[in-house]
Design a protein around this ligand. Structure first.
Ligand SMILES: [Fe+2]
Length: 268
């Protein structure tokens, strides 16, 4: 099927702009409409006589179904409103996170021995992963593990500050909770381009950490117990280029009970 025919009836460029307006918020939608209009201005490839003569080829095989699958969220897509809007949550989880899983499974398809490994083990032992797939594993298994942790430590409710052993460790290693939040925010803001800011356990102590792309602190021997996604896909729909506002909002959604659980597990 001609992909453009699935979008809408043919539309002129002027109609596309009139329909969608040109405000900053709708700019992306306008660009899509313009692309559709441009595509509709040209004869579709599938409508040319040469293409019509071609016999239909075999359908592409479905992607591997494992070893990884998309984890369910512990909350509804709209549960984090207004800090994280529903559309961002849906796209982030169902498209971005799912894409990392699909690509990880494709990379691992011919390496069944690795299917018994957890995502965390693959990242911790990335040097043991065959060189032919190590970059794909780093990017996509990293993306899967990082997002799984991210969803786990977010909540629409819960305590606003840590307590117990985690609070004591923060006071010991990072001065106090307020100082930790400032340092975590700085890690979010100074990460150039795409990446993550982390609260990690390293040598039994807490530290603030930042990684580029989908790299994990596990690759450096640290155990992440809290992560903030600062890829633009995490916030651009609502916050555009105002990363600081997103960081402030998402910091208020952290499930400190879950972070405390992860801290306890990281100590072993
Ligand atoms: Fe993300």
């Amino acid at each position: 099927m001609n992909p453009s025919s699935r979008l809408s009836a043919p539309v002129s460029r002027r109609d596309a702009l009139r329909a969608f307006g040109a405000s900053a918020v709708t700019l992306a939608a306008s660009m899509l409409a313009l692309r559709a209009a441009a595509a509709d201005d040209k004869p579709a490839a599938s409508e040319t006589p040469k293409e019509k003569e071609k016999p239909a080829g075999p359908a592409a095989p479905p992607p591997p179904s494992g070893p990884f699958t998309l984890p369910e969220l512990g909350f509804a897509y709209d549960a984090l409103e207004p800090a994280i809007d529903t559309a961002t949550m849906q796209i982030h989880h169902k498209r971005h996170h799912q894409a990392y899983i699909i690509n990880a499974n494709i990379a691992l398809k011919d390496h069944p021995k690795l299917h018994a490994w957890s995502a965390e083990q693959m990242l911790r032992d990335i040097k043991k992963v065959p060189g032919t797939i190590s970059t794909a594993v780093r990017n996509n298994v990293g993306g899967h593990a990082n997002h799984t942790l991210f969803w786990d430590i977010l909540t629409p409710g819960g305590p606003k500050e840590p307590s117990g052993a985690l609070k004591s460790a923060i006071d010991r290693d990072l001065s106090n909770f307020g100082s930790m939040v400032v340092k975590l925010g700085e890690a979010c803001m100074t990460r150039f381009g795409s990446g993550w800011a982390w609260l990690c356990v390293y040598n039994k102590k807490l530290s603030i950490y930042s990684t580029a792309n989908q790299d994990s602190p596990l690759m450096d021997g640290a155990t992440p117990i809290l992560g903030i996604d600062v890829w633009e896909h995490a916030y651009y729909l609502k916050y555009q280029n105002k990363r600081a506002e997103y960081v402030k909002a998402v910091t208020g959604l952290i499930n400190w009970d879950k972070v405390a659980e992860r801290y306890k597990q990281a100590l072993g």
